[in-house]
Design a protein around this ligand. Structure first.
Ligand SMILES: Nc1ccn([C@@H]2O[C@H](COP(=O)(O)OP(=O)(O)OP(=O)(O)O)[C@@H](O)[C@H]2O)c(=O)n1
Ligand SMILES: C[C@](O)(CO)[C@H](O)COP(=O)(O)O
Length: 228
C-alpha cells in the first residue's frame, strides 16, 4: 500500500544546544536526517519523500541528499515558524497518494514494520498514530507545587510517524490555520475537527532527539540495533 511522507526538518533545535540544526548532527558518521530518510528510502511502500527545510540551509541539505543517494525526494520545501506551519507547507506538496505520513526529521529509529502497521490502520480508520504507555506518575504542576496527580491508566506518549488520509489531514490543518490554533502534533488537529485517531502500540526506542541527553540514548539504541 503506497504512501508519501512529509519530513519536517526546519526547526532550530534550541533545546539540543548544538549551535547548529540538530538534524545535521552525526551519529556514527551519518547525519541524523540521513538516518531518518534512509528508513523511507528503503521502504518499498514509500513512493515519495517531501522534506521541509529552513531555506537558509537548503544547499547544505541538498548536498547531503545527493551525497547519501537519497533518491525518493520529490520536493524540498521551505518551513514555517512553528512545526505545524512547516508540516502544512509539506502537505501541500503531496501529489500522488491517498495516504500521507508525517514524521519528525529528528526521529531516526522508526522501523518499517511500524510504518506498515500505521499505513494499514490509517487506510481503515482515517488516522493512526504510534504511542507508548506512560510509565512514570504524572503530576500537573503550578508554580513548582503539585496541583493534582493525573490518572495514569489512560495516558499514552505519542510519537511519529502519524498517518492520515491526505484529504482529512489537509482539512484539519486548514481549519487550524483559520482558527489560529497551534497543536503540538498533527493528530490533535484531526481530533479537533471530530476525526477518529487510532492508536498503534509504539516503540520506546523511537525517540525524538530533543536535548543533549538524547544523544547518549541514541548511542545505546544504535549499539543494540538489529536492522529489519
Ligand atoms: N518550525 C519548525 C519547528 C520544528 N520543525 C521540525 O519538527 C520536528 C520536531 O520538532 P522539535 O524536536 O521540537 O525540533 P525543534 O523545533 O528544532 O526543537 P526546539 O524546540 O528545541 O528548537 C523536528 O524534526 C524539527 O526540525 C520544523 O520543521 N519546523
Ligand atoms: C509531534 C511530536 O513529535 C509527537 O510527540 C511532538 O509533539 C513534537 O513536539 P515538539 O514540540 O516539536 O517537540
Amino acid at each position: 500500500m503506497m504512501y508519501e511522507v512529509v519530513i519536517p526538518a526546519a526547526g532550530q533545535g534550541k533545546r539540543m544546544k548544538a549551535g547548529m540544526n540538530k538534524q545535521l548532527i552525526e551519529l556514527r558518521n551519518e547525519p541524523l536526517i540521513v538516518r531518518t530518510l534512509k528508513v523511507f528510502e528503503n521502504d518499498e511502500w514509500c513512493r515519495g519523500i517531501i522534506v521541509v527545510i529552513n531555506e537558509a540551509e537548503r544547499t547544505q541539505f541538498e548536498q547531503l541528499f545527493s551525497r547519501f543517494h537519497i533518491k525518493k525526494i520529490t520536493a524540498v520545501v521551505g518551513g514555517g515558524k512553528e512545526r505545524q506551519h512547516s508540516v502544512y507547507n509539506g502537505l501541500r506538496a503531496v501529489k500522488n497518494s491517498d495516504i500521507v505520513l508525517i514524521h519528525d526529521g529528528a526521529r531516526p529509529f522508526v522501523t518499517i514494520e511500524q510504518i506498515h502497521e500505521l499505513v494499514n490502520e490509517a487506510k481503515e480508520h482515517g488516522a493512526a498514530i504510534p504511542a507508548v504507555r506512560v510509565k512514570d506518575t504524572v503530576k500537573k504542576v503550578c508554580d513548582q507545587f503539585v496541583e493534582e496527580t493525573v490518572e495514569r491508566s489512560g495516558l499514552w506518549a505519542v510519537q511519529t510517524p502519524q498517518a492520515f488520509h491526505v484529504s482529512l489531514v489537509l482539512r484539519a490543518h486548514e481549519q487550524a490555520q483559520k482558527d489560529g490554533y497551534i497543536g503540538t502534533d498533527d493528530a490533535s488537529l484531526v481530533e479537533r475537527i471530530g476525526g477518529k485517531v487510532k492508536i498503534v502500540e509504539g516503540d520506546y526506542r523511537n525517540i525524538k532527539l530533543t536535548t543533549p541527553d538524547d544523544l547518549l540514548f541514541a548511542e545505546v539504541i544504535l549499539s543494540n540495533w538489529v536492522s529489519s
